[in-house]
Design a protein around this ligand. Structure first.
Ligand SMILES: [Zn+2]
Length: 57
């Protein structure tokens, strides 16, 4: 994760997609998140982080 030395504030998000039901969900980036990290989806399948990005406020 790189942060620019600017005054704009970046709001990092993690985009997850379930490998079973294909549901995508965007949530706030948490310390320790990385691309291809997996978690359990509400359907019981594996949800994987496919993208981490930031938004300017
Ligand atoms: Zn699912």
């Amino acid at each position: 994760m790189m942060f620019q030395k600017k005054e704009e504030i970046i709001n990092p998000f993690s985009l997850e997609q379930c490998t079973s039901c294909k549901k995508m969900s965007k949530r706030k980036f948490k310390e320790g998140d990385y691309v291809f990290q997996t978690s359990t989806c509400s359907c019981g399948g594996k949800s994987m982080i496919i993208k981490i990005f930031g938004e300017s406020l």
